[in-house]
Design a protein. Structure first.
Length: 123
C-alpha cells in the first residue's frame, strides 16, 4: 500500500502566519497603499478649468498609444506655455496618471511622459 502525500500546511502557518507571502510584508492581491501606484482609481478631472486639458487627461486613460501620444503632446504645449500657471487639479491628475504612462509599452508615450514631467518640474 502506497502512502499518500500529505501537504505540510502547518509550515506555511509557522513561517508567516498569514498564508502565501505574508511573511515578507507583501499585500498579496490587496489594494496598494502608495498613492503613486499604477493601479488606482482614475483622476478627478472636474476641477480642471481648461476643458482641452481635461480632454487630454481623459485621452491618457485610453488604451491606444497614438491617442496617448497626441494627448501628451497637447499637455506638453499647455505646460510649456510661458504665461501658463499649472493649476493644482492638473498636478493631482498628472501624479495619478504618470506612473502608468512611464512604463507604457510604446516608447513614444514613455518619452513624452518624461518630457512633460520635466517641463512641470521646471515650472
Amino acid at each position: 500500500m502506497k502512502k499518500a502525500f500529505k501537504p505540510q500546511a502547518s509550515s506555511a502557518r509557522s513561517f508567516g502566519g498569514s498564508g502565501f507571502g505574508g511573511g515578507f510584508g507583501a499585500s498579496g492581491f490587496g489594494v496598494s497603499s502608495s498613492p503613486l501606484s499604477w493601479i488606482g482609481e482614475p483622476p478627478d478631472l472636474s476641477n480642471i478649468s481648461d476643458p482641452n486639458v481635461g480632454v487630454a487627461f481623459k485621452n491618457l486613460t485610453k488604451k491606444d498609444s497614438t491617442t496617448k501620444a497626441k494627448a501628451l503632446e497637447e499637455l506638453q504645449q499647455y505646460v510649456s506655455a510661458p504665461d501658463q500657471q499649472i493649476e493644482e487639479a492638473v498636478l493631482e491628475a498628472w501624479v495619478k496618471l504618470y506612473p502608468r504612462l512611464s512604463i507604457d509599452s510604446a516608447r513614444r508615450v514613455r518619452q513624452l511622459a518624461h518630457n512633460v514631467l520635466g517641463q512641470i518640474a521646471v515650472k
